[in-house]
Design a protein around this ligand. Sequence first.
Ligand code: MF3
Ligand code: CO
Length: 248
Amino acid sequence: MIKIKTEREIALMRESGKLTRDVLNYLESKIKVGMTTKELDKLAYDYIVSHGGYPSFLGYQGYPASTCISIDDMVVHGIPSNDIVIKDGQIVSVDVGVILNGWQGDAARTFMVGNVSEEKRRLVEITKECFFKAIENLCDGSPVGNIGYAVQTHAENNGYSVVRALTGHGIGQEMHEDPSVPNFGRRGTGIRLKKGMAIAIEPMINMGTYQVKFLEDGWGVVTKDGKPSAHYENTVAITDNGVEILTL
Ligand code: MF3
Ligand code: CO
């Protein structure tokens, strides 16, 4: 069941969205070569809690941290660790969720740390562009398949592939609500988006094969061929005249 949010509820999501964005901007200002992913995660926890929110990932189905931090060939859901040190030239995806006054925000960025190769930079750029292509013509009445079509077309036109094992999702008082929002698909298919729906659109784009492997920790997802992957996510609301990005 897809929940339609009232104007007042969207206003509350705007606030949780802003905090989600602020955490990511804060982490971007702090991320450095030599830092562990656990240190970065602690900064996120402290920031969220000191601004009146709660990190929605923490304890979600037993997840042990406030963020997912996924480096290079890790696609998503990297568990922050004292043993993982951020190195020069890595691309570091940070995914964070916030609950504020009962409403969720969910967003991710891929940070480029130090001297990142031209080919990885391009992957990160195109992944971000995939998100913006997806929302370009999105409005009340758009079939959800248009999102996947736009993401897949832009990724594949640039020689990349789209992860299929994971998707975007509806969001509201729960982090994961209906509908599922795949990053691949055909134009004109799927349910029609309506004013008052809120969704997280999150392209996960691989340099090589679209295929992924699931790690034994029960969370981490890595590319099957070991090539890099990037992630970019925002929570958006469908409005009268298109979409409003709540986490930017
Ligand atoms: N942000 C992720 C998503 O969009 C969720 C992370 S999983 C968690 O689905 F367990 F860490 F919360
Ligand atoms: Co999400």
